[in-house]
Design a binder for this molecule. Structure first.
Ligand SMILES: O=P(O)(O)OC[C@H]1O[C@](O)(CO)[C@@H](O)[C@@H]1O
Length: 233
């Protein structure tokens, strides 16, 4: 694991942006993208830049079950708002949370990932150590799957919803094995609330109880954290 410690999230987003500049210059074709508050500043930097994504494929980590792409709380909508409307990609994929066949949707997504192996996967970090929506206890060999969200994740995500009772309780997420199949991984974590998960991810045992700990076993992982997120290292 390469750890880049920065003074604040703005500097972290800039360092992350430079990693993308370098990756695109070297011919990266497929970006694994993430949602949540953490990557927003990075996406702003993409939007303000001259980077051209029009030959690239984007594959997102996850989507809520039951929300259509038009739903302002959906991750489809999030990606449109923060990135895709400004920076068109050749093609973009996000799990279909509104599928009529929610059992089949994960398989369809795995086929997409197999056809477009991810060069650089962006990750945020849940306070409980989740990556994507892979909650503690998710098998390390999991591929795309339907997830029952934990109470703590539902509570953490309630901040984005006007009515906390309407936070979805399920999601479709790329699995841990899907994430680990990416050639390079870049994880961003900022703020005190992430400090315990960061410490466990970096220094704790590799355990399914802390999904991000598996990243210790990936050959090419970079972690950008600010001082607050690094405070328990
Ligand atoms: O970036 P945030 O909003 O802190 O979220 C951290 C993680 O939690 C999720 O939003 C899911 O709860 C992930 O998509 C994200 O990586």
């Amino acid at each position: 694991m390469r750890i880049i410690k920065v003074s604040n999230p703005d500097v972290g987003a800039q360092r992350a942006f430079e990693i993308y500049e370098d990756a695109l210059a070297k011919g990266t074709q497929v970006l694994g993208l993430a949602t949540g508050a953490t990557p927003i500043k990075l996406y702003e930097k993409f939007v303000d830049s001259s980077l051209d994504f029009s030959d690239l494929t984007a594959i997102n980590l996850d989507e809520y079950v039951g929300l259509t792409p038009q739903d302002p709380q959906s991750y489809h909508y999030f990606m449109q708002q923060h990135l895709f409307q400004y920076k068109p990609f050749k093609q973009t994929f996000i799990p279909d949370g509104a599928s009529d066949d929610i059992e089949q949707a994960p398989k369809a997504y795995d086929d997409i990932i197999a056809q477009h192996p991810i060069d650089l996967q962006l990750l945020g970090l849940g306070q409980n150590g989740h990556i994507g929506f892979n909650e503690p206890g998710t098998p390390f060999n999991s591929t795309t799957h339907v997830v029952n969200l934990t109470e703590s994740t539902i509570a953490a995500n309630a901040r984005f919803f006007d009515n906390p009772a309407s936070v979805p309780t399920q999601a479709i997420s790329m699995g841990i094995a899907s994430v680990m199949s990416a050639k390079k991984i870049l994880l961003l974590a900022f703020g005190e609330a992430k400090a315990a998960a960061v410490a466990a991810m970096v220094n704790g045992p590799v355990t399914e109880a802390l999904p991000a700990s598996i990243l210790q076993e990936h050959a090419d992982v970079t972690i950008i954290i600010d001082d607050a997120a690094a405070s328990k290292l």
